[in-house]
Design a protein around this ligand. Structure first.
Ligand code: 6R9
Length: 645
């Protein structure tokens, strides 16, 4: 954790929204007098009724309320209030998968009209305030209309990443009792199409509560429409009014549910509410990215993830920003695409994940250096720890050594950035998330909960609530309390490991639970295991992560077959395919090893520590294996290690 420090650039120190002194003053106020600080910040938004009660939160017992007597509407804050000044200003540029396909430019006026129509269509289909609406859509403009339409009428959206399988989709629909799904005929990514409507058709026999499917025409593919259930968006939109009143929402009304992986069981429906979430991410967008009026901001994250919710959609719009939305992938048609898009729209702030940076770094510098990138002012990353080599490449090659990098640590559950540099205030250290955002009180503890001061490494907790914090897990508040507030009573436990250096800067070291981070996507080992054991020929499975050059972590699975079943390369292939079908392509195992037995304690607990070491080819460091029920299992696994495929 030593290494280079890049001091704040002089011009940034002088001109950025947040200077060193300002950061220190604001941070001190935010933690010493959160009521005054956040009451002031709430003024960033338009309130129908301004909040008078600001912070009412406790982690023991768990109860989190911000701005609880405030009334507002998120869509109004993201669209309507900007119309007078910015009606004809671009809200976002939409860039298609392939550069030869037509792009779109959407102004705030156009956004307003389309969102209103979408909202009226949803109302006609019977959607009311508080209803859950599942979105299974690709990165096309209509997904933003649909999300904002829900916000406008007070419905709660649940966006399911369009790469998830019908099975995964059905599970998420059922968990939040959605009666309506919004999808498209097909999605496009990297020249390939994804049969979204067909996936919905395959999911619905397992999600019987759904009685309406709203379908956006995107590729024009031939799909089946089921009478009485399926409705074309363009047909319904033509028949509704182009204005829709906003629904007044309490600050604590839910805005959305977003499913994410935990270390056990099925994915959790993380619930975010309207007022605190929007206040916090709007402040983060302006201060962390130093957004200035007229800048073009591009967050590459898919709207299926929290980074997409907060920084592709809500935060930039809340600030009346101009942003870019991109349908495709970093390396299609080739590894220059990101940089060409930056040149095309003169992007000023660019935000992506380390996995994309590593993949593009691997493709060679020429793809970057042949583009201009002169418009860039700042670069950002999020999603997983960034290795210093990738950071340096991003800094020197992409940013030509003149753009600060903000390495922002946060989570689905935190709603917005929690530990992050401020470009005019924080010296940069490649690989370090550095310093807490306003209102965030980090603490490191050891496994027994002892507080670690000074230079230390331990488990990262947050001591007090911040406005964008998730409020609950949908339908299971007890699980919320147990998952986040019970390991270290009275503290929010992030499940991340973290080091604090001698300067007090924070370095996230990665998850300390059974959650993998594959290409920046969270994946519970338990989810992949349960997909594997649902296969008829599998008796047991254990899944661990191992270091992967591009993905950060790869998925390594150990599979024990049913008695009498013979292992073969074909079966290994089938099992990989099976997981892909059960969860989605992002969960496809990278390496699979058949294991006649798994290393277990006498009480039957799988010792993943050992499996991780074997997956990492680190056989010398297995630690104490004497507590295993049968230590010889380990030798067999090491010997068979060469046979994995
Ligand atoms: C925003 C997002 C959360 C997990 C988190 C941590 C890892 C995210 C990071 C980072 C190191 C960063 N993570 N940002 N690790 N440095 N800058 O990614 O949310 O999908 O819920 O993942 O991602 O391990 O716990 P989510």
């Amino acid at each position: 954790m030593s290494g280079k420090t890049y001091p704040v650039f002089e011009t940034w120190a002088q001109n950025a929204h947040i200077s060193k002194q300002k950061y220190e003053d604001m941070y001190a106020q935010s933690v010493n007098n959160p009521d005054a600080f956040w009451a002031e910040q709430a003024k960033r938004l338009d309130w129908i009724k301004e909040p008078t009660i600001i912070k009412n939160t406790s982690f023991d017992p768990v109860s989190i309320k911000w701005f609880e007597d405030g009334v507002l509407n998120v869509a109004h804050n993201c669209i309507d209030r900007h119309l007078e000044k910015r009606g004809d200003q671009v809200a976002f540029y939409w860039e298609p998968d392939h550069p030869d396909q037509p792009a779109q430019v959407i102004t705030y006026n156009q956004l307003h009209e389309r969102v209103c129509r979408f909202a009226n269509v949803l109302k006609e289909l019977g959607v009311k305030k508080g209803d859950r609406v599942t979105l299974y859509l690709p990165m096309i403009p209509e997904i933003t209309y649909a999300m904002l339409a829900c916000a406008r009428i007070g419905a709660v959206h649940s966006v399911v990443f369009a790469g998830f399988s019908p099975e995964a989709l059905a599970g998420r629909i059922n968990d939040c009792d959605s009666t309506i799904v919004i999808t498209a005929d097909e999605g496009r990514r990297g020249g390939k199409t994804i049969p979204l409507k067909k996936n919905v058709d395959d999911a619905l026999p397992h999600a019987l509560g759904v009685d309406k499917v709203l379908v956006v025409e995107h590729t024009g593919a031939n799909i089946t429409m089921k009478g009485g259930r399926d409705v074309w968006w363009h047909e319904a939109a033509a028949g509704v009014d182009e204005f829709c009143e906003i629904e007044p929402m309490n600050a604590e009304d839910p805005l959305f549910i977003l499913y994410t992986s935990g270390s056990t069981g099925k994915p959790k429906g993380v619930v975010h509410t309207a007022g605190g979430y929007l206040t916090y991410i709007s402040l983060a967008h302006e201060t962390v990215f130093n957004y200035e009026d007229g800048d073009v901001f591009w967050c590459g994250a898919d709207l299926g993830w929290i980074t997409g919710h907060s920084f592709t959609l809500y935060a930039p719009l809340s600030n009346g920003a101009i942003s870019v939305m991109y349908e495709g992938v970093p390396n299609y048609p080739d590894a220059s695409r990101f940089w060409q898009i930056i040149d095309k729209y003169k992007v000023n702030q660019f935000y992506t994940a380390p996995t994309a940076i590593r993949a593009l770094m691997g493709a060679g510098d020429d793809f970057v250096t042949k583009t201009s990138r002169k418009s860039l002012k700042l670069l950002g990353t999020a999603g997983e720890p960034i290795n210093p080599e990738a950071w340096e490449w991003y800094f020197h090659v992409v940013g030509d050594g003149r753009c600060p990098i903000v390495d922002t640590w946060w989570q689905t559950e935190t709603g917005g950035c929690m530990i992050t540099p401020f470009p005019g205030a924080t010296d940069m250290k490649p690989g370090a998330a550095t310093t807490p955002f306003f209102g965030v009180k980090p603490q490191l503890v050891d496994n027994d909960g002892n507080v670690l001061d000074g230079e230390a490494e331990g488990n990262l907790c947050i001591l007090d609530s911040w406005p964008a914090q998730a409020r609950t897990i949908y339908g299971d508040h007890q699980r919320f309390v147990e998952t986040y507030f019970t390991t270290y009573k009275g503290k929010y436990f992030t499940s991340d490991g973290c080091k604090r250096d001698a300067d007090g800067d924070y370095w996230i070291t990665g998850r300390v639970d059974d959650v993998l981070n594959v290409s920046g996507h969270r994946m519970g080992t338990a989810e992949v295991e349960s997909a594997l054991v649902s296969h008829d020929l599998v008796s047991e499975a254990a899944v661990v992560g191992y270091p992967h050059d591009v993905k950060g972590q790869g998925i390594y699975v150990y599979v024990t077959l049913m008695a009498g079943v013979k292992q073969s390369d074909d079966l290994a292939k089938d099992l990989r395919q099976w997981v892909r079908k059960e969860i989605g392509p992002i969960a496809t195992p990278d390496l699979l090893q058949f294991a006649p037995d798994l290393p277990k304690t006498r009480s039957g607990k799988i010792m993943r520590r050992i499996l991780r070491k074997i997956a990492e080819d680190d056989f010398s460091n297995l630690g104490d294996i004497s507590t295993l029920a049968d230590p010889s299992v380990v030798d067999t696994l090491i010997n068979d290690r060469q046979n994995r495929s």
